[in-house]
Design a binder for this molecule. Structure first.
Ligand code: TXA
Ligand code: MG
Length: 316
C-alpha cells in the first residue's frame, strides 16, 4: 500500500473522520479511539445501537497495556501466541477509553490485526483505532472494499482497499476480565486452540453471571443477507420461489446448487463474499445445508444461525 495513502488516512483519523481499512477478518470502520466525537460518528454511520461495544485495534501489546487497567497473565500469553491475528481480548479498561466505546461496560475488547495495511495504519497513527465491521447494523460484514462502497458509500472519508480478507469472518472474542476465561464469540481461532495455551475456557452460556462475562451486541439478527436464508437439507428446501442451495455433501435437483469448500478456513474465507454475490442476484431464498460438525466449524455454524435469524422478508 502507498505510504501516502496511509499518511492521508492517519490525517483524516486525526481530524476526527472515519476511515475504512482492511483487516484479515473483515473490513473495519475506523475512528480514533481516543476521540469521543469521532467514535460517535461510527454509531451514526452504521445505525448501530449504543448498547453494542466497539473493538479497539492496537499496534501491539504495549498499546494494549496502555488501555487496559489490568493486563492478566492469560492476556499476555494469548497475545504472544495469537497476535497479530483474529483474536479479540476483553480486559478491564482504563478511563482513557470512553464509555461510548464499551457501551458502558468496565471492559474493552482489544485486538492487534495482522493485515499489513491495518498494521501500517496503526503504527503510523500511534493511537488506537476503534472499529466495528464496516457494514450497516445487522447486515453482512464486508470482505472486500467493493462491499463497503455498496453499503456505506458516502458516509466515510476514505476506503483503503487491501483486497479480499483472508480469514473472512469476524475475530474470536474472549473475555479474560474475570477469574475464568469466557468465549464470547466463536471465530476461526477455536476454543481448543485457546485452551492449548491457557487451559480451560468457558462458553458464554456456562459462565456465572457478572459484568466481566457480558457479551452485549451479540444480536441474533446479525450477519444477514437481504435474501431470506434458511438452514435446510436438500430434501427440505422451500417449496415456493427460485432459490440457491449451498451444500457440502449433496446437490439438490430442483434448484441451483453451489458446493461449499470442505476446508473450514477456505469456507470462512468464501462465505460472506458468496452471500454478498447471491444477494445481488434476486433469488427468493438461499438455503444452506447444516454445516459439518466439529470445533473448527463452530464459527461458521454461529454465523449461519445468525444469518438465518434475519433471513425473512418481514425482518428486513
Ligand atoms: O474481526 C473483527 O473483530 C472485526 C474487525 C474489524 O476487527 N470487528 C468486529 O467488530 O467484528 P464488531 O463491532 O462488528 O463486533 C464487536 C463485538 C461486539 O458486538 C461484542 O459482541 C464484542 O465484540 N465486544 C466488544 N467489546 C466488548 C466488551 N467490552 N465486552 C464484551 N464483548 C465485547
Ligand atoms: Mg459486526
Amino acid at each position: 500500500m502507498d505510504p501516502q495513502l496511509i499518511a492521508q488516512a492517519v490525517a483524516l483519523l486525526r481530524a476526527g473522520q472515519l476511515v475504512v481499512f482492511p483487516t484479515e477478518t473483515v473490513y473495519g470502520l475506523g475512528a480514533n479511539a481516543l476521540d469521543p466525537a469521532a467514535v460517535e460518528r461510527i454509531f451514526t454511520a452504521k445505525g448501530r445501537p449504543p448498547t453494542s461495544p466497539l473493538i479497539v485495534h492496537v499496534a501491539g501489546v504495549a498499546m494494549a497495556r496502555s488501555l487496559a487497567l489490568v493486563w492478566p497473565e492469560t492476556a499476555e500469553k494469548l497475545a504472544e501466541h495469537f497476535w497479530p491475528g483474529p483474536l479479540t481480548l476483553v480486559v478491564p479498561k482504563r478511563p482513557v477509553i470512553c464509555d461510548r466505546i464499551t457501551a458502558g461496560l468496565p471492559t474493552v475488547g482489544l485486538r492487534m490485526p495482522r493485515h499489513p495495511v491495518a498494521l501500517a495504519l496503526l503504527r503510523e497513527a500511534g493511537f488506537p483505532i476503534a472499529a466495528p465491521s464496516a457494514n450497516p447494523f445487522t447486515r453482512l460484514s464486508p470482505t472486500t472494499a467493493a462491499h463497503v462502497r455498496e453499503s456505506l458509500g458516502s458516509s466515510v472519508a476514505l476506503v483503503l482497499d487491501g483486497g479480499p480478507c483472508e480469514v473472512g469472518i469476524e475475530s474470536t472474542v474472549l473475555s479474560v476480565a474475570g477469574p475464568e476465561p469466557v468465549l464470547l464469540r466463536p471465530g476461526m481461532i477455536t476454543r481448543e486452540q485457546i485452551e492449548a495455551v491457557i487451559g480451560p475456557v468457558l462458553l458464554a452460556a456456562e459462565a456465572p453471571p457478572g459484568a466481566a462475562h457480558l457479551a452485549p451486541g451479540q444480536h441474533p439478527r446479525h450477519y444477514s443477507p437481504r435474501t431470506p436464508l434458511t438452514i435446510a437439507g436438500q430434501d427440505a428446501l422451500p417449496a415456493q420461489g427460485r432459490g440457491v442451495f449451498l451444500f457440502w455433501s449433496k446437490p439438490a435437483s430442483a434448484s441451483k446448487s453451489i458446493l461449499l469448500p470442505k476446508d473450514p478456513s477456505e469456507c470462512a474465507a468464501r462465505l460472506y463474499g458468496l452471500l454478498h454475490e447471491l444477494d445481488g442476484q434476486g433469488w427468493d431464498w438461499i438455503a444452506v445445508e447444516p454445516p459439518p460438525l466439529g470445533p473448527e466449524w463452530q464459527a461458521i455454524q454461529d454465523r449461519l444461525r445468525r444469518a438465518a435469524a434475519l433471513g425473512s422478508a418481514s425482518l428486513n
